[in-house]
Design a binder for this molecule. Sequence first.
Ligand code: AMP
Ligand code: MG
Length: 340
Amino acid sequence: MSLSTRLRDVCRVALGRPFERREIRMGTIVTQRVWGANAEAAADEVSRELEHLERALSFHSPESDLSRFNANAGRGWTPVSADLLRVLERARACSELTGGSFDVTAAPLVRLWNIHGGEPGRRGRPIPPKCEIERLLPLVDNRDLRVDVHAGSASLARPGQMVDLGAIAKGYAADRAREIYVESGVRSAVVDIGGNVALVGRGPGGLPWRVGIQHPAERQGGLIATLAASDESVVTSGDYERFVESGGARYHHIIDPATGYPARSGLTSATVVCGDSTLADALATAIFVLGPERGAQLVDSFPGIGAVLITDESTRRVYVTDGLRDRFTLLDKRYAIHEI
Ligand code: AMP
Ligand code: MG
């Protein structure tokens, strides 16, 4: 379990000491730093909300609302809880907006690959046989997910189809956390849900926060760059988060729904900066699948959204979309900033 984006909390003094909490929620490390009179109560409420979301959205827990929904695939409409309904609708829309590079129905393939590792050289399960991938690939089709927000129900067209919210649920949770902080009247807050960083207010001295982007080739939280940001989210997808290595190749956890194999787009990480954490999470995954050119085009189709794309060790390029250039500081000079 690794955090793909880390905060550099440069001068804590100017804002006073935050209330801090670090815990495992939604299968990842969650760090909250909250400033202001209601800090502790707000952090408690966020913790409870994340527990609640995990119960609703977990793919792995057979008791979750999501698992009950998946078990009904091919059997018509299933009533679902309000949170699952909202996330399913956002996920369905994001699948459409990204042309299916983020595809919420990729679950049969995600489960087949079953990549949880993160250690170089870790011996994982064998690479799935091509025939298995080809058998499951036709089940991946986000148009088969239908969501009726008025009736409070959703459906998957065919038996064997499944939804996995792993690429969007943490973003949704970060949006919920931000709403809770704002409603609680806290002055400033930073929450990092497994690499989904959401910011409330400004950082020390009324200046933007400096959010670190994890170095893709360095473990233990080394940074490749920082981004100035406030009142928005910074979300990273990377191939170094969960992977296994076999025959010299890295098989990571982000599947290209077009091929059924881990995406090989030349990117090693994609970071999205956006006021909407749910969208940022889905877009980061989609861009990672699409690669630099098509990924940058996708970002440009959303006004006000920025991205930082980093290519693998063989090319060491960094692409920064226009709106982010003056907020971006490259720390590792072995990498070079390129125009797309
Ligand atoms: P993220 O770290 O946000 O990019 O999400 C990766 C997780 O989302 C994986 O661990 C899978 O559970 C799931 N996933 C993998 N590939 C895709 C995809 N192309 N579209 C949607 N979800 C995916
Ligand atoms: Mg994502």
